[in-house]
Design a protein around this ligand. Structure first.
Ligand code: BG6
Length: 291
């Protein structure tokens, strides 16, 4: 299908009704719905769907730089580029979920891209939806250069929540984090869970491979499983910062929470011919399952 600007999107749908939509612009997942048709990702009502920038919502890919500590534009260029579909992707390995649907997108540097980041790479992003509606993303970055290069990375995941004040994240307690609001100074998480009552912009370091985002009001829990992604970025702009973001409504911070599987503190270095894999599996479970 095409979006409002005529940019191609791929729709993944499984028989029980869950679906996901991926845009070739940025390789960005722009929608993920459960089998009841409920949208699980946040998209701003002020989102701008223009080829030169990432849409505010969904899951933009931050590569080869997370944030603005580096020579590139904030969060790197991958989210602003057109990706292509690999119509003959390598087969899904060791997978007994026969109902799984997936698409492989590719990003390779153009001549112009090499001027701002002079490294030859191939980035393969596989987005899959399982029979049970689990959204799975596998990123593979291969160095096809003559020399090593380094990068940081994040799946900048905008989860849709009912009321940010009622949400908690479990799995990050006792971890150290870098606080983006204090020049990335290092602190240790003291709470039993991460909760929200003001702006939060943190990079939790060396996190467990499963964390949970509990949305009490919606009675929904997101499970975030990850591999190759040691850090977790947690971001909510809250009231004041929201007003300075043109493509975010003033009150919309209440309905969104970014929880990103990421590699930030220690960038990945790939030697010629080497490949890195970073995988994220998102599951949305009705909380009643836990009672
Ligand atoms: C977060 C960063 O991940 O992304 C924030 O930690 C940043 O500092 C936010 O403001 C949004 O970035 P952008 O470039 O999409 O507006």
């Amino acid at each position: 299908v095409k979006d409002w600007n005529g940019i191609d999107q791929v729709v993944l749908r499984v028989p029980r009704g869950a679906s996901a939509r991926v845009s070739l612009h940025g390789g960005q997942v722009v929608s993920w719905k459960n089998e009841r048709g409920e949208e699980l990702l946040f998209t701003s009502s002020k989102a701008i769907f223009k080829p030169s920038r990432a849409m505010r919502g969904g899951i933009p890919i931050c590569f080869p730089q997370f944030g603005n500590c580096g020579s590139l534009e904030q969060h790197g260029f991958a989210r602003n580029k057109m990706w292509s579909i690999d119509s003959d992707p390598p087969p899904l390995k060791n997978d007994d979920d026969k109902g799984k649907v997936s698409v492989d997108l590719l990003l390779k540097p153009s001549e112009d891209d090499l001027k701002c980041w002079p490294h030859c790479y191939e980035f393969r992003l596989r987005v899959s939806l399982t029979t049970n509606g689990v959204l799975s993303m596998i990123s593979r970055v291969r160095n096809i250069n003559g020399k090593p290069f380094s990068f940081s990375f994040a799946y900048h995941t905008y989860l849709s929540v009912s009321d940010i004040s009622e949400v908690r994240i479990e799995g990050l307690e006792t971890l150290d984090y870098l606080d983006n609001l204090c020049q990335r100074k290092r602190f240790t998480e003291q709470g039993d869970a991460v909760t929200f009552e003001s702006e939060v912009d943190r990079i939790y370091l060396g996190s467990p491979n499963v964390i949970a985002v509990l949305d009490h009001e919606k009675k929904r829990t997101f499970l975030i499983k990850k591999k190759g992604l040691p850090d977790v970025v947690v971001w909510n702009p809250w009231e004041k910062k929201s007003k300075s973001i043109p493509d975010l409504g003033d009150e919309e911070y209440k309905q969104m929470l970014c929880v990103d599987g990421a590699v930030v503190e220690r960038p990945i270095t790939l030697k010629p011919g080497e490949e890195w894999t970073g995988r994220l599996d998102l599951t949305a479970i009705p909380s009643t399952h836990f009672i």
